[in-house]
Design a protein around this ligand. Sequence first.
Ligand code: HEC
Length: 89
Amino acid sequence: MEQGKALYSAQCLTCHGDETGQNRQPDAPPHNGEGHTWHHPDRLLFQWVMDGPPLRTAMPTFRSKLSEREVVAVLAFIKTMWTDEIRKG
Ligand code: HEC
């Protein structure tokens, strides 16, 4: 989990923003509970981070940058943002 947070801050934060959904690039969806990322199954999210999501414009691919374990760790961290948002209601 700590590793996922560090990886997210280093690799994803500048485009996707923090827990509040702020400080994002205009095109990048937030990964907190306000976005729609949580509608997608884990298997697809994993694939999209590795090879890019459908209709990709600016999202980089991470297959050459992150190991499978690292991608799993980042996704685990993203999920901590959803539970936060859902708790806040
Ligand atoms: C250069 C900016 C940028 C970086 C860095 C970036 N993304 Fe993205 N991401 C985007 C954009 C823009 C989209 C929307 C699709 C598109 O236009 O490419 C996207 C889409 C996504 C999606 C699918 C859309 C959704 O939310 O349902 C996921 C999942 C995702 N990114 C995860 C990540 C993760 C995890 C990282 C870090 C390992 C990351 N992104 C790093 C810009 C970025």
